[in-house]
Design a protein around this ligand. Structure first.
Ligand code: DX5
Ligand code: ZN
Length: 212
């Protein structure tokens, strides 16, 4: 199984100080920075677009991990690739041809992730696992930070890990030291955390706890 990595979600950070957040995350041991892009259609919330990633990029050494929660991911790919994204993840539930989107992300020089919501079965993502670099199994309903972890998702993590022993499997939502242990045991290796990290008074210690 690949190495455990923490991806710090800026969604619930102090959005008036993204430069400060980037510096704090760089020092914390979280190697990835997670950008939750919401369009007000795929989810009701609206967050930020590629210009925000472009503004943060010069202030971090982190691997830039984009989570598109948008209805039309194809429209965003070049914008985020040009802005400096390293990984672009889209939802199979959005309006898209997943196979084409993965190819397009790769041709733009980025890694490609495919995501499923908590109630979407593994069979919906199964045909795309091989071509993708990462599978994101949402552990809360997309839309907001600070929600409770949905335990039913653990079985899906186990299933994807059995299909793809060497692939990055990301989980996103409700991750704290207790749920981190559950998802790691189930086979996840890229753990997104927002609320838990940004509420902690000692982020490096919090990152170590989540890594286990
Ligand atoms: C939810 C987002 C998550 C969220 C995770 O739609 O995709 O990335 O920020 O946040 P916490 O850690 O607060 O559950
Ligand atoms: Zn996310």
């Amino acid at each position: 199984m690949p190495e455990t990595v923490i991806s710090a979600s800026i969604l619930n950070s102090d959005l008036s100080d993204l430069r400060g957040t980037a510096a704090k995350v760089d020092k914390s041991g979280a190697a990835w920075l997670h950008f939750d892009v919401m369009d007000g259609e795929f989810v009701e919330n609206i967050t930020f677009g590629s210009s925000v990633l472009e503004a943060v990029k010069p202030h971090t050494h982190a691997f830039l991990d984009v989570h598109l929660m948008v209805q039309h991911p194809a429209r965003q790919l070049k914008l985020f690739a040009d802005a400096g994204a390293n990984m672009i993840t889209f939802h199979v539930e959005s309006f898209c041809n997943p196979k084409t989107i993965i190819e397009d992300i790769h041709s733009l020089g980025c890694k490609a992730g495919v995501a499923i919501k908590p109630r979407t079965p593994v069979v919906s993502v199964r045909p795309y696992i091989e071509a993708a670099d990462m599978v994101l199994i949402m552990t809360v309903e997309p839309g907001y930070g600070g929600q409770g972890f949905i335990h039913d998702t653990l079985d899906k993590i186990r299933t994807v890990r059995s299909i793809a022993p060497d692939k990055d499997i990301q989980v996103d939502g409700g991750i704290n030291p207790e749920t981190a242990e559950l998802v790691r045991d189930a086979g996840a290796n890229v753990l997104v955390a927002g609320t838990y990290l940004f509420k902690s008074s000692d982020m490096p210690a919090a990152v170590r706890e989540l890594k286990g």
